[in-house]
Design a protein around this ligand. Structure first.
Ligand code: BG6
Length: 515
């Protein structure tokens, strides 16, 4: 077991064992095995896990898809994907060793013949895995329209329940609204039990996101303050400086609400707002999250018009870099009304959070890449320090997810010298500085959990539907009413002016803003 020494001025020095949990032998079938997601994320992630000392040696990966490849060609495809999307230098011996676990089955995912062949392959591979109870994972790395057909055929060929311990791994988007998500869930639940379904949201695989629960419930000093009595408001920002890259077709159908708000932002909100679960088992944690989604205040059209802001980026410049506006991106309609920016104010109507606004922002081509949760506390009740109190910055806690993975507490001290001049300082914890270790990227972490059978970090059916219930009225209201002012923010800014006005009306400010 690898041991590391913590190097920190603030923490006690101690040795922390860092090891992947042991997983049992498995067979992973990747539908869309020669596709983009497989090349970018799935194959490199399993490769990196394989390259670790403790990872199970009995496993097989079967790529399935339309491209006519044989096993050797698929291994070459995987080698070049790993070479390109590796996070550290892959050793030739390891890559060769890893590719020995791969094979491929070519065929049309929409036809029965493929599944007849698949049954034979799975039987052979699971015998080879050396386990009496095979652990089969079906990773659906395919466009959403192919998912129903695959699920139906897996069911028809008895590949879901019964002697196979199979699991289905599904990527977002889980539907386009509540209705389609329910349809998809019903279909999945005809074929699998809920405990076999792994709906991936990669945000939940980030260490810093998981740390939100540790921070809240693993310490005793913060939680007593974590409520409406002490917290003034919360800001959640998921800002990206990049545009839509080459994903015009996807983005035109999705937009920022379906892409980021319905899943990543809702999950962050749940982690900040949920009650402590009675235990750290999957369903206990997921029960508490669902309660948060269900208590988010329902929104009328009038509320949406007043407290939600949409935006779309125009062209912009950062240093010497000129970028086109959204409407000029590849595969985007020149008159597109798809929003690339979202800002809004949510309320969670429960005992803990009544009347505490949660301001949320997400967008592409913003000033910088920044994901964080900012919790601002109320000011002290008395202006003890005379006029200077007006300048007193409120106490705050920042849970930084990226680029810096950090937590800090902002507070005021007296500036040295005569008078009562306040001065803001911070106490900080930074993952990179405090732990000199490499964290597992989200996909690796989540794949280990799928193989192990731990559902804690995956969305459950009722959670997915409840998240759609929150955002559906916003999407519908916006889609029924075209914006007049798009594009309304320049690339590499903090979004449209209206987003600033939204919070300023409440006499508050975004932590990062234009101007
Ligand atoms: C994905 C979205 O889910 O998350 C992308 O589809 C977005 O549009 C990405 O760029 C952001 O992830 P991260 O981990 O880079 O913040």
């Amino acid at each position: 077991m690898q041991k590391i020494k913590l190097q920190s001025r603030f923490l006690e020095t101690c040795e922390v064992p860092i090891a992947l949990p042991k997983v049992s032998p498995f067979v992973m079938v990747i539908f869309g095995g020669a596709g983009d997601l497989s090349a970018r994320k799935i194959l490199p992630s399993v490769y990196h896990l394989y390259a670790e000392e403790n990872f199970v040696k009995e496993f097989s990966i079967l790529g399935v898809g339309l491209p006519e490849l044989n096993d050797k060609q698929y291994r070459n495809f995987a080698k070049s994907a790993i070479g390109k999307f590796k996070r550290n230098r892959p050793g030739k011996k390891e890559i060769d060793g890893f590719s020995g676990h791969l094979s491929y089955l070519a065929g049309d995912l929409g036809r029965d013949e493929l599944y007849e062949n698949l049954c034979g392959k799975i039987e052979k591979l699971s015998k080879g895995s050396g386990s009496a109870e095979p652990n089969i994972l079906f990773y659906l790395a395919v466009p959403p329209k192919l998912v129903p057909g695959i699920i139906r055929r897996l069911q028809k060929f008895n590949l879901c329940k019964g002697p196979l311990r199979s699991k289905a791994i599904i990527e977002k988007p889980f539907g386009r609204d509540k209705e389609s998500a329910t349809r998809l869930n019903n279909l999945l639940l005809e074929a699998f039990d809920e405990k076999q379904i792994y709906r991936i949201d990669h945000y939940l695989g980030k260490d810093t996101v998981q740390n939100i629960l540790f921070f809240r419930f693993g310490n005793s000093i913060f939680e007593p303050l974590w409520n409406r009595r002490y917290i003034d408001h919360v800001q959640i920002t998921v800002a990206e400086d990049m545009g839509i890259e080459h994903r015009g077709v996807f983005y035109e159908q999705s937009g920022v609400v379906r892409d980021i708000v319905q899943n990543h932002i809702m999950q962050l909100m749940a982690l900040v707002a949920m009650e402590p679960p009675v235990g750290f088992e999957a369903d206990l944690v997921r029960d508490e999250k669902v309660k948060v989604f269900r208590t988010i205040r329902p929104m009328s059209k009038q509320y949406i018009d007043s407290f939600f802001v949409r935006g779309q980026y125009g062209p912009g410049k950062l240093g010497n870099k000129n970028v086109p506006g959204y409407r000029k991106e590849e595969n985007v309609s020149p008159g597109s009304f798809v929003p690339t920016f979202f800002a809004g104010k949510f309320y969670i109507d429960n005992w803990r959070w009544a009347d505490v606004p949660f301001y949320v922002r997400a967008g592409k081509r913003m000033r910088e890449r920044l994901s964080e949760i900012y919790v601002q506390f109320k000011q002290p009740p008395l202006k003890l320090f005379g006029r200077t109190c007006d300048d007193l910055k409120p106490n705050s806690i920042v849970l930084g997810l990226q680029p810096e993975e950090e937590i800090y507490l902002g507070f005021s001290v007296k500036y040295p010298g005569v008078g009562n001049q306040p001065y803001s300082v911070k106490m900080e914890f930074n993952y990179e500085k405090n732990f000199k270790i490499r964290q597992h990227p989200p996909y690796e972490r989540l794949l280990v959990d799928c193989i192990k059978g731990d559902l804690t970090l995956f969305a459950r059916q009722d959670g997915v539907e409840a998240m759609w219930e929150v955002v559906d009225p916003i999407v519908k209201s916006w889609e029924n009413n075209s914006p007049q002012d798009f594009p309304n923010y320049s690339a590499f800014t903090w979004g449209p002016r209206a987003a600033g006005e939204l919070i300023e009306r409440d006499r508050r400010k975004w932590r990062f803003a234009n101007g």
